[in-house]
Design a protein around this ligand. Structure first.
Ligand code: PMP
Length: 296
C-alpha cells in the first residue's frame, strides 16, 4: 500500500528505492518513540501539484525537533524542495507526505547525536472516510502537557492515540474523542475537534492539544465567512445539546460527526456549519477558494 517496486523515498541526502532502503534496528526512536514527524498533503490543482501549507508543516517539524532536543540540519525551503522533487519522481499528485526524523543507535535514554531524515509519500484517501462518524468519549486522556510537549508532533505521543482509537473501534465506534487532564474536551487521536451550538462554533483552545494546521485554516475560513467562532475550555456536558461537530486534520481533512456516545447531534451533517466549512476547505486546498467566496 505504501510503496511498490519502483517507489523512491528520500533518506539522509539521497533519493533511493523504498524496497532497498535500510535502517538500524538499534535506533533509539524505534525503541523509545523519540522521533518527530509530519503529515502533509498535496493536491492536484489547475496550476499543477501543490503542497498545502508546506512551509507551516516544515516549520512545525523543526519546532518539534527543537522541543525534542534533536538537531535537524535542514532549512524549511530545502525540505519543501526535496518534497516537491519526491512527488515528481513518484508521479504523485494527490498525495499524503510523511517526513520522519529518527535517531541513530542508542539503547540508553541519553541524547542521541545521529539524526536521520526520511521522507516518503503515497496516495491516501480521506482518513476516516466520507460518512459522518460515530464517536465515543475515550477512557484515555490526552498526555499531560507537564509530561511532554503536546504541541510537538512526537512519534511516542501516538501510543496514546493508538490506544484510544483501538478502544473506540473495539466498541463498535469509528473514532475516539479524548479529554485533557482536567476533564475538558481536547481532541481526537489524530485530529482537532469543533462543535456547533445555536449558530456558533467552538473549539478547544491551545494548551492541551496539538494545534493543527487544518484547525487554523478552518478558523481563518470561519472568520472570513463571518461565522462566530470561540476558542475555549469545554466540558462533555457542553456537547450534550450541540447541533453538530467535526474533526479537522491533514489526513482526515474535515470529517463530520454524527453522534457522540450513541447520542446523535441535533442536525444532520449536511445541515451544519461544519459541512459548509468542509466544502470551503476543499476549495482552499485546490486554490479555488478566492474564486468561490468574496474575501473580506
Ligand atoms: N491533533 C493530533 C493529535 C494530530 O495527530 C493531528 C494530525 N497532525 C492533528 C491534531 C491535526 O493537525 P494538522 O491539521 O496539522 O494535520
Amino acid at each position: 500500500m505504501y510503496y511498490s517496486d519502483d517507489t523512491k523515498i528520500f533518506l539522509n541526502g539521497s533519493f533511493q528505492l523504498a524496497k532497498e532502503s535500510q535502517t538500524s534496528l538499534f535506533s533509539q526512536t524505534l525503541h523509545y518513540g523519540s522521533g518527530v514527524f509530519e503529515g502533509i498533503r498535496s493536491y492536484k490543482t489547475e496550476t499543477g501539484t501543490k503542497i498545502f501549507k508546506a512551509e507551516e508543516h516544515y516549520q512545525r517539524l523543526l519546532f518539534s525537533a527543537k522541543k525534542s532536543h534533536i538537531k535537524l540540519d535542514y532549512e524549511v525551503e530545502e525540505l519543501v524542495s526535496i518534497t516537491n522533487q519526491l512527488l515528481e519522481m513518484n508521479k504523485l499528485t494527490d498525495a499524503y507526505i510523511r517526513p520522519l526524523v529518527y535517531l541513530g543507535e542508542n539503547m540508553g535514554l541519553s541524547p542521541t547525536m545521529e539524526v536521520n531524515l526520511f521522507i516518503c509519500a503515497w496516495n491516501w484517501g480521506k482518513y476516516l472516510g466520507d460518512s459522518a462518524l460515530r464517536v465515543m468519549t475515550s477512557s484515555y486522556e490526552r498526555p499531560n502537557p507537564k509530561s511532554c510537549h503536546v504541541e510537538a508532533k512526537v512519534t511516542g505521543h501516538y501510543t496514546n492515540s493508538i490506544m484510544a482509537s483501538t478502544e473506540a473501534k473495539s466498541k463498535g465506534y469509528d473514532e475516539a474523542l479524548l479529554l485533557d487532564q482536567n476533564g475538558f474536551v481536547a481532541e481526537a487521536p489524530g485530529a482537532n475537534f469543533f462543535f456547533e451550538k445555536n449558530g456558533k462554533l467552538f473549539t478547544p483552545a491551545s494548551g492541551n492539544i496539538l494545534p493543527g494546521i487544518t484547525r487554523s485554516s478552518i478558523i481563518d475560513i470561519a472568520r472570513d465567512l463571518g461565522y462566530h467562532l470561540e476558542e475555549g475550555q469545554y466540558t462533555p456536558n457542553d456537547l450534550k445539546d450541540a447541533d453538530g461537530a467535526f474533526f479537522t486534520g491533514t489526513a482526515v481533512e474535515v470529517a463530520g460527526i454524527e453522534s457522540l456516545d450513541g447520542k446523535k447531534f441535533n442536525k444532520d451533517w449536511p445541515d451544519t456549519l461544519g459541512y459548509e466549512l468542509s466544502k470551503a476547505y476543499s476549495l482552499l486546498v485546490l486554490e479555488k477558494y478566492n474564486q468561490a467566496y468574496t474575501v473580506i
